[in-house]
Design a binder for this molecule. Structure first.
Ligand code: AMP
Ligand code: TRP
Length: 342
């Protein structure tokens, strides 16, 4: 039996933060033992909002190096850059032509991002989930580990595969049974860490696009900066940390962060911090964050010290990914009835 396949990716827009790590990348690491894992840096997604061409390449390398620093092992995983495998753009076009426009207009993330941008919204921003579906479907992924915010995009990828491709274009075997063209993927959203909130507002998620740097902890923030951001994080006037009180989103978020970063269960964290004031809790949380990120930052520096090392990983990844992706793309082209390429 071949191992089940996993695919996921993060956009190279600004430094990755604790939400990306705890919600997504941390879960990728464990899957390497049991699954056939593909992780891409989704640079084509990064240009769906206005971007700086002088930074894109560097941010792509930084993101790839952070995957490696977080424990993605190039011996066990295929690590690559989305735009290096042209099948992603090509399958996205084919899927575009079978995806109803109103499926995309309903996407929550599109609506949120479109509101922020006013009349500057590109067709690419609307089409973003179709490109994401192409990323996943090209690799016949069984499982897609992501944070909670990507759930709707995953459902869209499933619907496109099932209803728009397999149901309409599957070839038949000798007995007349349909042979699915695309594998229908499942999301993997772990409860803990799936939605990390910002430090300056416990009711909005930690995000790369928040203009306030103090709202997020980046994986490469130096210890003093981490401590400063946590010191300034929003609190409330109540004594003691607790989970699940809807009046106290900051307490819930920061206690959850503490549990994850210190490697403790939620029960342990509640017990330990239940009676603490904010002034005692915050230094504890800061220390847990600094210690959790220390090994990531050290490994990051090691990868970046050798100038060609990350590029070499990405070159191998491109070759491996392209082989798998081209095969799937061929299957879709055939199912849609294109004249075969010679
Ligand atoms: P992005 O930064 O939008 O490219 O997201 C990359 C991955 O990180 C996706 O799997 C997201 O679901 C996850 N992610 C982003 N922000 C958060 C957050 N605040 N909490 C948990 N997961 C997140
Ligand atoms: N849209 C995802 C995000 O912003 C990133 C992404 C693009 C992705 N393609 C993907 C995630 C494929 C998982 C699988 O978080």
């Amino acid at each position: 039996m071949p191992r089940p396949r996993v695919l996921s990716g993060v956009q190279p827009t600004g430094a990755l933060h604790l939400g990306n790590w705890l919600g997504a990348i941390r879960n990728w690491v464990a899957l390497q033992d049991s699954h056939d894992t593909y992780f891409c840096v989704v640079d084509l997604h990064a240009i769906t909002v206005p971007h700086d061409p002088a930074r894109l390449a560097e941010d792509t390398l930084t993101t790839a190096a952070l995957y490696l620093a977080c424990g993605i092992d190039p011996q066990r995983s295929t690590v690559f850059v989305q735009s290096h495998v042209s099948a992603h753009s090509e399958l996205a076009w084919l899927l575009n032509c079978v995806t109803p426009l109103n499926w995309l207009e309903r996407m929550i993330q599109f609506k949120e991002k479109a509101i922020k941008q006013g009349d500057q919204v590109s067709v690419g921003l609307l089409d973003y989930p179709v490109l994401m579906a192409a990323d996943i479907l090209l690799y016949d992924a069984d499982l897609v580990p992501v944070g909670e915010d990507q759930k709707q995009h995953l459902e869209l990828a499933r619907d496109i595969a099932q209803q728009r491709i397999n149901a309409r274009f599957a070839p038949r075997d000798a007995a007349g049974e349909p042979i699915p063209v695309l594998k229908v993927p499942e999301p993997l959203i772990l409860k803990d860490g799936a939605r990390v909130m910002g430090l300056t507002d416990g009711s909005s998620k930690m995000s790369k696009s928040d203009p306030n740097e103090g709202s997020r902890i980046s994986l490469l923030d130096p210890p003093e900066l981490i401590t400063k951001k946590i010191k300034r994080a929003k609190t409330d006037p109540t004594m003691g940390l607790e989970f699940g009180n809807p009046e106290r989103p900051e307490a819930d978020n920061l206690l959850g962060l503490y549990a994850l970063l210190a490697g403790k269960s939620r029960e342990q964290a509640s017990q330990e911090c239940g009676a603490m004031g904010w002034g005692t809790f915050k230094p504890l949380l800061a220390e847990a964050a600094v210690e959790a990120l220390r090994p990531v930052q050290e490994r990051y520096q090691q990868w970046r010290q050798d100038p060609g090392a990350v590029e070499a990983v990405l070159r191998d990844g491109q070759a491996q990914a392209a082989t798998v992706a081209e095969e799937t793309l061929d299957r879709v082209r055939q199912a849609l009835g294109f004249l075969p390429r010679s």
